[in-house]
Design a protein around this ligand. Structure first.
Ligand code: 0RA
Length: 633
């Protein structure tokens, strides 16, 4: 079917919108901040689809002063002609009928999937008002909806020689727990989508008072620019390899580069949706990488006859890679629907990538040599780490026989109800031990800074007491013997001071967890405690707060005099009761669940701040110096 045939007929009518308003979680996952942002992703995906189909070059995302969000794209515009069967226009159908994005059923163009792709009608259903402006067929057309239902019928309001779509929506306050869009979250998504869609320019504006901000992304290099960005601040040992090929109906795009780092950083996407749990595309990639590097290294005698083959872990050490595939009908599986399941994708990626990698190795001998040497080093390190770990295990340290002396364990042995607080410093640890619920809450105090895991391998890490204590306390072991199902506590809570040092320790811990206990992050087991920064008191009334704004508001509202405002410098200043009441009591506390995005961010920040390259670090500090309002040194 040619593109021009693609009109109103194609849009299949499946269901009404009522179920969406009744059970929003089924369609967007949740009604918290994550669900709220999902609305933006949904409309953004539609615009990106237009760009992927080659019809759109510019996208503008705007957070308006009134809290609504609009997305402009200069794509073809949603069709406005009447639908033959229903008698209503295509644009109204797209907005009011579930799964009518023009993306389902045969003949549609290639698209996003998974939790996404539920359609812009879901956005309409969950918004108190939605306005759509379409430039198309010589006219500017306008239509509006309220709570998903038509409010102003489609009409041509002007002539226009442009083409494109603007969707503006006001999220429904009766549905969402928060209406506060987060600029950095949207910025990160927009940047990622710009990398994945070479040649599209995406601008983002925040027009809200006090929050005004703007940024724009355009990446000529597509995902190779992404690799370049991820490797900022690392010591790179090869040039960037890039390939793009269509194989068996699967579009395969891969970029990679090796660095001196000891861990890998592989991000995968299917139809522009990040697949944090991996899937068939990652398996195909990994198989081809291991096989080709072994073959090449044997043929060129980087591997001698007596040497064992590189394992897939060996060839991943120091590797940064983006794997992006476009599949006609993606199947998403796994706990969070973030794992690609299509089995044909594995062989498509494997074949396409193996060919191109082989060529690259032949044509770039210096890069090939660096990679082979790096893999050989990784193999030696792996064997050394195994020997070191065996020694440690022989001593019984990782067997769970000897829980660290500093751990105040909980009495419950049920992981489902148990939590462990990792607390900065012995004095805060003392308060936490006294204040806790002994049945379900365990406390592990960390003394000073934990090891910088950026710069060392497993063997050295296990020599570090803080890392070893944490590993033993968690019960999961580490490295090759890691087993998430052995986790002794289903909530792992990081509790650090609300100052710069605390933030540093939290970053160190997040990096450690991200690199070596990653499944715990994926499974949502990691949390950050939110200790208060201020205590305000008036008579017998007490308020605790985490922010300066809230403190000022409470102070004015309740006329609290200066003497009765206490600023906590550290957790250690709180007595056990206060710590329990404000931060640990499950019925009153706020815990932030760490997402993979947080951990990734920590990883990147960490690399820039702790890696051995000075220039990016200086750049980072200069860029962010103004954001550090409250240096508490
Ligand atoms: C259905 C069919 C066509 C385009 C679209 C929907 C479309 C949807 C959105 C949502 C945001 N921006 C969009 N741009 C286009 C194809 C129309 C044609 O063949 O001309």
């Amino acid at each position: 079917m040619s593109e021009s045939d693609y009109g109103a007929e194609q849009i299949q009518v499946l269901e009404g919108l009522d179920p969406v308003r009744k059970r929003p979680g089924m369609y967007i996952g949740s009604t918290d901040a994550r669900g709220l942002h999902h609305l933006v992703w949904e409309v953004l995906d539609n615009a990106i689809d237009e760009a992927m189909a080659g019809h759109c070059e510019n996208i503008i995302v705007r957070i308006h002063a009134d809290g609504s969000v609009s997305l402009f794209d200069d794509g073809r515009g949603i069709p406005v002609e009447k639908h033959k069967k229903t008698g209503i226009s295509a644009v109204e159908t797209v907005l009011t009928v579930l799964h009518a994005g023009g993306k389902f059923g045969g003949g549609g163009y290639k698209v996003s999937g998974g939790l996404h792709g539920v359609g812009v009608s879901v956005v309409n259903a969950l918004s108190s008002r939605t306005e759509v402006t379409v430039h198309r067929d010589g006219g500017k057309h306008f239509v509006a909806f309220e709570s998903g239902a038509p409010a102003e019928p489609l009409k041509k309001i002007d002539d226009s020689d442009q083409h494109g779509t603007i969707v503006q929506f006001w999220p429904d306050a009766t549905i969402f727990e928060t209406l506060d869009f987060d600029f950095p979250t949207i910025k990160k998504r927009v940047r990622q989508q710009a990398y994945l869609t070479r040649g599209v320019t995406i601008s983002l504006f925040d027009d809200r008072e006090e929050k005004q901000n703007a940024c724009q992304f355009y990446f000529e290099g597509g995902i190779s620019s992404f690799v370049h960005h991820l490797n900022e601040g690392t010591d790179q040992i090869t040039s960037i390899f890039s390939m793009e090929e269509e194989k068996d109906d699967v579009m395969v795009e891969i970029s990679l580069q090796y660095t001196q780092e000891f861990h890998d950083n592989i991000l995968s996407f299917a139809n522009n949706i990040q697949t944090v749990e991996g899937g068939t595309h990652v398996t195909g990639f990994s198989t081809a990488l291991t096989r080709e590097l072994n073959k090449f290294s044997r043929e060129n005698e980087f591997l001698k006859e007596k040497d064992p083959n590189f394992t897939s872990d060996d060839v991943r050490e120091g590797l940064t890679a983006i794997i992006s595939v476009k599949v006609p009908e993606p199947q998403f599986e796994g706990q969070t629907k973030a794992k690609l399941g299509n089995s044909n994708v594995r062989s498509a990626v494997e074949k396409a990538f193996a060919e191109k990698l082989h060529e690259f190795l032949i044509e770039n001998p210096a890069d090939a040599k660096s990679i082979a040497n790096k893999c050989a080093l990784a193999t030696r390190a792996r064997l050394a780490a195994r020997a070191a770990r065996d020694t440690v295990i022989r001593k019984g340290a990782l067997e769970g026989l000897t829980l660290p002396g500093k751990l105040a364990d909980c009495s419950s042995k049920k992981p489902e109800e148990s939590e462990i607080f990792i607390v900065e410093g012995d004095s805060a640890g003392g308060s936490a031990k006294q204040g806790r619920d002994r049945h379900t809450q365990a406390i592990l105090p960390l003394r000073g800074k934990i090891l910088n895991t950026e710069q060392c391998r497993l063997d050295k890490m296990l020599g570090n007491n803080e890392v070893k204590n944490l590993t033993v306390a968690l019960g999961t072991s580490i490295g090759e013997t890691f087993d998430a199902s052995k986790l002794r506590y289903h909530k792992v809570v990081i509790m650090t001071d609300a100052d710069v040092d605390g933030a540093h320790i939290r970053t160190l811990l997040l990096t450690l967890l991200f690199r070596h206990f990653r499944p715990l992050v994926d499974q949502g087991r990691i949390y950050i405690a939110q200790p208060p920064l201020y205590k305000l008191q008036k008579g017998r009334q007490i308020w605790y707060t985490m922010t300066d704004e809230e403190k000022d508001r409470l102070k004015a509202e309740h006329d609290v005099k200066g003497d009765n405002i206490q600023r906590y410098k550290g957790l250690g200043e709180m007595n056990p009761d206060q710590l329990w009441e404000t931060t640990m009591d499950p019925t009153k506390r706020t815990l932030l669940k760490v997402t993979i995005e947080d951990a990734e961010q920590a990883d990147h920040t960490f690399r820039v701040l702790m890696g051995d390259e000075v220039l990016p670090r200086r750049k980072f500090i200069q860029m962010h110096a103004s954001e550090v309002k409250d240096l508490d040194i």
